[in-house]
Ligand binder design. Structure first.
Ligand code: SF4
Length: 326
């Protein structure tokens, strides 16, 4: 499958006074394949949102490289970045905060078309009306202000705005976590329909595995700025390779239909999430890992193949020939 976006050893550091620096993203390498949905999952503060911003060049990387459609976009200046931006869009977590409250919904969606000079005023008006229809809103909504919409409708406006420039890849940063559960399903269905209709590629960021389960082809699990597992979604849900993924998965509620003789046991982690400016030696997860051994405290495990198609950053992965977690 064609690689549409490639991140190579991406690092994003923020200065943190005397403490030195916070490594929000710490050497992430991954490919996003054309037409797929790559879920990126991890606890709050793991660096997943920062990674998403680096991928669309909303944030500059400290080091490493991001390629979109074969072009290195890491250091492009504003003028050369503009046409790239049209093909790469970000949808934000909080639809209300991301929409200008003083602008009408139609103007908000028209803005990227004006920035990218995509057509006459008439053509832009027609395109905006078409986009409203595509996301399940109507022409009657064009002149309303953001506060006049429900949360789900506001996220639809955010999606219409992202679609305006006909992007090929959309990074969706927790796009349903601020919505009621009943509305979440509708918005997730909309994402799936748009992907089918327009051949979109998604990077779908979420803090729990339950949300991305039904939308992701592959999943990258992040911990303390690093990818610790990368696998096909089905294989990962059936049998996680990394102990941290096992923990996240144990927190996903299961539907007890009597078909599973051994329901998953909830694993409660002890210890706090380490401070990203003071990363533990060896495996960053070792202070909380129930399977930690001596080697884990001194040697950092690289992200390597634990089993065919399964990458895991663990000395003793839970699947494959190298170990069984114990
Ligand atoms: Fe746990 Fe060791 Fe694997 Fe880290 S390397 S996840 S501490 S078993």
């Amino acid at each position: 499958m064609t690689v549409l976006l490639r991140a190579s050893e991406v690092v994003k550091r923020y200065p943190a006074g005397r403490a030195g620096a916070v490594h929000a993203v710490n050497g992430v390498s991954l490919d996003v394949r054309a037409g797929e949905t790559l879920g990126v999952v991890g606890e709050s503060g793991c660096g997943k949102s920062t990674l998403g911003r680096c991928l669309v060049r909303l944030t500059d990387v400290t080091s490493g490289r991001v390629e979109f459609d074969g072009q290195d976009i890491t250091a492009l200046g504003a003028r050369r970045l503009r046409p790239v931006r049209a093909g790469l869009q970000l949808i934000f977590q909080d639809p209300y905060a991301s929409l200008n409250p003083r602008r009408r919904a139609g103007d908000i969606v028209a803005e990227p078309l004006k920035v990218h000079r995509q057509g006459s005023a008439r053509a832009i008006r027609d395109r905006v009306a078409e986009l409203f229809e595509v996301v399940g809103l109507s022409a009657a909504h064009l002149d309303r202000y953001p506060h006049e919409f429900s949360g789900g409708q506001r996220q639809r406006i955010g999606i219409a705005r992202a679609l305006a420039t006909r992007p090929r890849l959309i990074v969706a940063d927790e796009p349903v976590s601020a919505l009621d559960v009943s509305v979440q399903a509708q918005v997730l269905n909309l994402f799936a329909d748009l992907q089918d209709e327009f051949g979109l590629t998604y990077v779908f960021i979420a803090h729990d595995l339950g949300v991305v389960r039904h939308v992701s082809d592959r999943i990258a699990v992040m911990y303390l700025g690093e990818v610790v597992e990368l696998a096909d979604a089905e294989a990962l849900y059936a049998a996680p390779a990394h102990p941290y993924t096992e923990t996240l998965l144990s927190a996903v509620p299961e539907i007890d239909d009597g078909s599973d003789p051994a329901p998953r046991e909830r694993i409660v982690l002890t210890g706090d999430v380490p401070n990203p400016s003071d990363r533990p030696a060896g495996c960053a997860f070792h202070p909380r890992c129930p399977y930690a051994r001596d080697l884990c405290r001194t040697e950092r495990p690289p992200l390597t193949e634990a089993a065919p198609g399964r990458l895991s950053a663990c000395h003793f992965p839970l699947v494959g020939p190298r170990g069984s977690g114990g």
